[in-house]
Write a protein that binds this ligand. Structure first.
Ligand SMILES: O=C(O)CCC(=O)C(=O)O
Ligand SMILES: [Fe+2]
Length: 269
């Protein structure tokens, strides 16, 4: 199997991560920052080369049988049920998520996806976009780099992320469904629009937007403030999306409880 060097993984002309002092790099960073502020999302289409995308898909096909089936019932805040709210309050309404998750330790050293995640220039780029002086790869042996595998009928229910910004790379897209959808302006730093949230959770799609995420696209998404979901996958093509976790401090790990929930096991650092 071909071993990809970092510089062959991404579309360098369009995304000059290898030359951080260039004006095109600075323009890219500033464009991403503007998109994040304006839309809560920044999409980099064609970030991976077609060859790298195909390579990563082949690698995931190989390890997909090891993925842990994660079937969860949760509220949109991903918090414990708070019985101080009425039962039909949107804080307490339940969503279903069904996907299979591959963990960092399933992905071998030398695999293209791992090479991408461990590439310092990518870390520096993400830090620049998020305006952080320094960032670190997450220290969790499972959660740092994951792939959500979603087959026919599987979905990711409505939720807000726990971290401010989530970074994903779309690798394989189903023929239909499996769409990344979101709704803005339902949550702020110190407020929630529960009425509109209730509308969305009852099936009103008026404010639902769909992001046209194609294979090879890197997405930075401000998921803490924007409700989002992945609609059920239709058809036989599996959806593969990688999540790359970077933190503003070193040594960050999930608790054993969270590890068990998402990966079916705990792992020491
Ligand atoms: O699969 C995706 O595109 C997004 C998944 C997501 O929202 C999450 O992992 O929090
Ligand atoms: Fe999310």
């Amino acid at each position: 199997m071909a071993n990809f060097e970092e510089k062959d993984l991404i579309n360098n002309r369009r995304y000059p991560l290898h030359s951080p002092a260039s004006s095109s790099y600075l323009n890219l960073v500033s464009q991403c920052q503007q998109d994040l502020v304006k839309n809560g999302a920044c999409m980099l289409p064609g970030f991976l080369t077609t060859e790298a995308t195909a390579q990563i898909v082949a690698e995931i096909d190989r390890i997909a049988p090891k993925a842990y089936p994660c079937n969860e019932i949760h509220n949109v805040f991903l918090e414990e049920d708070d019985i101080s709210f009425p039962e039909d309050h949107p804080r307490r309404l339940k969503e279903k998520t069904s996907l299979d998750s591959l963990a960092y330790d399933h992905i071998e050293k030398g695999d293209a996806l791992r090479t991408l995640y461990e590439w310092d220039q990518l870390l520096h780029f993400v830090a620049a976009v998020l305006g952080e002086e320094k960032m670190y790869r997450m220290a969790d042996p499972m959660a740092a780099l994951t792939v959500n595998v979603m087959k026919k009928g599987q979905n990711h229910g409505w939720h807000f992320d726990e971290s401010l910004v989530t970074i994903t790379v779309m690798l394989e897209k189903p023929l239909e469904g499996g769409e990344f959808q979101y709704v803005t302006d339902l949550r702020g730093e110190s407020w929630n629009d529960y009425e509109s949230l209730n509308d969305v959770l009852s099936g009103n799609e008026d404010k639902v937007q769909t992001l046209p995420v194609e294979p090879g696209t890197l997405l930075l998404f401000a998921g803490y403030y924007q409700l989002h979901r992945v609609s059920p996958v239709v058809g036989d093509t599996t959806r593969y999306v990688a999540t790359l976790c970077f933190k503003d401090e070193p040594g960050v790990c999930n608790s054993p409880k969270v590890q068990k929930l998402f990966y079916g096991r705990t792992a020491a650092v």
